[in-house]
Design a binder for this molecule. Structure first.
Ligand code: ZN
Ligand code: ZN
Ligand code: ZN
Ligand code: ZN
Ligand code: ZN
Length: 397
């Protein structure tokens, strides 16, 4: 709570008077002059603030620059983004804030006589933070840095948005489509044919997208207990990686897993959108170059070992014992030369964390457990053996 004192420096926390001569906007500074506080009231009914450098004088005011500030009631919803917001909050406050403390964001555009700044911020802070905070004063003599800070604050390059805007203004070509794609990778739903972003697909269906296979969006998918979620909440702090094809920094989810699994992925990985643009592929078996349409779609994501449909069909025709040197991926059912990962999965499917190690995390107790997956059963257990309902445990044994 803000204690009041006569002579205290304050700034407006909100616009108060937009009339041309006064312009008492958010951030306007002044000093507390006096207040009206009825006995037994929680707060003053009015605080008089004398604003700096004002020449105007209100009717009946004893001196120029004096303006009454009244408490303001504000109502907002904590869950405003929900369909039916219910968490309503109301607060009555004086729209005043102490003038000597501000956030970097709030100080933007101001020129201060002096500043004591703290550069110890989280990495998620906007890239402009350091520059905004440090440049509020006219000279380096006017700034005092509170404590040592990390160098990365000033080595993060230009902010992405403004850099792209400048590029556009200079007349250089900007691939806006790729930019949007980098922020939120998208794919077309097999059923409704709409192009939708990552959060409109279930985790599992998105894995299919990453492997360049057909996928169904949440809206077209089955409903759970009569209710449908159209979007899933993405975890925060998703990893971003540079694509060596389009040079965009994209969400990890925009890359096929096979591209991230290859040796020297850092220098070679390409995003799904880039891989889809490739028209021809070389078959690693017959060594001929063919149109991409002559491969099964997932082959486009393979950094090597792509097998054309003809060669795959040849292998499939062989009896099982004749397929030496080949394996069928247990997840996507495609043929690949080689021995495959320990549990016979291709480069796309092997790296799906829980499958790679046969490990799972329990939905109920959060504990990890591992269990060899039964052949042919595609149903994944969500609960550890201890938490499973008795019936399903009995069925399994
Ligand atoms: Zn759909
Ligand atoms: Zn790319
Ligand atoms: Zn071939
Ligand atoms: Zn596979
Ligand atoms: Zn459990």
């Amino acid at each position: 709570m803000l204690p009041l004192a006569v002579g205290m420096r304050v700034v407006l926390a909100d616009h108060l008077d937009r009339s041309e001569d006064k312009l008492l906007l958010r951030g306007s500074a002044g000093r507390v002059h006096s207040w009206v506080w009825e006995e037994n009231d929680l707060r003053p009914t009015c605080v008089y603030v004398k604003f700096d450098g004002a020449t105007w004088q209100l009717d009946g005011a004893p001196e120029p620059g004096l303006y009454p500030v009244h408490p303001v009631r504000k109502v907002w919803k904590l869950d405003a983004k929900r369909k039916k917001p219910v968490l309503k909050i109301a607060r009555t406050q004086l729209p005043l804030a102490p003038a000597y403390a501000t956030t970097a964001h709030g100080s933007q555009g101001k020129t201060l006589p002096a500043a004591l700044v703290d550069f110890n911020v989280d990495k998620r802070t906007d890239v402009t933070f350091g520059t905004v905070a440090a440049s509020r004063v006219r000279s380096r003599e006017d700034v005092l840095i509170l404590r040592p800070f990390e160098r990365w604050l000033y080595t993060r390059g230009a902010p992405e948005g403004p850099a792209l805007l400048l590029k556009q203004l200079r007349g250089e070509e900007v691939d806006w489509e790729a930019f949007r794609e980098a922020k939120a990778p998208s794919a077309a739903c097999e059923k409704c044919k709409d192009v939708k972003t990552l959060d409109c697909f279930s985790d599992r269906q998105w894995e299919r997208v990453r492997a360049n296979r057909s996928a169904i969006c949440l809206a077209c998918g089955p409903s759970k207990g009569g209710q449908k979620t159209l979007k899933r909440k993405l975890p925060s702090g998703l990893t971003r990686l540079d694509c060596r094809g389009c040079k965009f920094r994209k969400l990890e989810d925009a890359f096929p897993r096979a591209q991230l699994q290859q040796d020297d992925s850092e220098a070679k990985r390409r995003c799904l959108k880039c891989l889809k643009k490739v028209g021809i592929l070389e078959c690693s078996v017959c060594e001929s170059t063919k149109q991409i349409s002559e491969f099964s779609s997932a082959m486009a994501t393979m950094p090597w070992a792509a097998v054309c449909a003809d060669c795959a069909a040849d292998v499939r025709r062989q009896p099982k014992w004749g397929r030496a040197g080949w394996f069928t991926c247990r997840t996507c059912d495609l043929f690949f030369p080689g021995a495959g990962a320990a549990d016979q999965r291709c480069l796309n499917c092997a790296s799906r964390g829980s499958w790679a190690k046969g490990k799972s995390t329990c939905r109920k107790c959060g504990g990890a457990w591992s269990e060899p997956r039964g052949q042919g059963s595609d149903k994944r257990q969500r609960l550890c053996p201890k938490c499973r309902p008795k019936a399903s445990r009995a069925k399994r044994s």
